[in-house]
Design a binder for this molecule. Structure first.
Ligand code: GCU
Ligand code: CA
Length: 137
């Protein structure tokens, strides 16, 4: 099962406010980033071993305009996310991406590339890849 990291909870950092005015979030709120290029949300996530991980971002975008973001892992570019409109600010959706993680602690940063800033972001689920223990024969 993936591990969930809440956007409103340290060690995550939200360049904006932690809000609770749009229902349906997990934990105690969500990150409402400032509406500006570069107003980033950063998570710190653990991986048991180095390898590819699947990241799932839970977000809402009540506009009809995407809120794209660059993604960096440990400071290195690791792709992008588009955060398309979800219809309302209470309609939460999942965006999935695949990134490389180091063993141990990693920073995963979402930095918006347009003036709208980020979508509202609730949480990040991390499914580390790597080996699974085979069942006994
Ligand atoms: C509204 C909404 C916020 C959202 C903001 C935005 O103010 O209530 O939750 O973050 O729009 O456009 O980013
Ligand atoms: Ca916002």
């Amino acid at each position: 099962a993936p591990t969930r990291y809440e956007a409103e909870r340290a060690p995550a950092t939200c360049d904006g406010t932690v809000d609770t005015d749009h229902a349906g979030y997990s934990g105690t709120g969500f990150c409402n980033g400032r509406n500006a290029v570069g107003a980033a949300l950063q998570f710190t996530v653990d991986a048991p071993q180095a390898g590819t991980a699947t990241l799932t971002v839970r977000y809402a975008n009540g506009t009809t305009t995407p809120r794209p973001a660059g993604v960096t892992v440990n400071g290195a570019s690791a792709g992008s996310a588009s955060f398309a409109g979800t219809g309302t600010w209470m309609t939460w959706a999942m965006a999935t991406l695949t990134v490389p993680l180091n063993a141990g602690s990693n920073t995963v940063r979402f930095s918006p590339t347009t003036a709208g800033g980020l979508a509202n972001i609730d949480a990040l689920d991390v499914e580390a890849g790597g080996t699974t223990t085979p069942p006994p024969v």
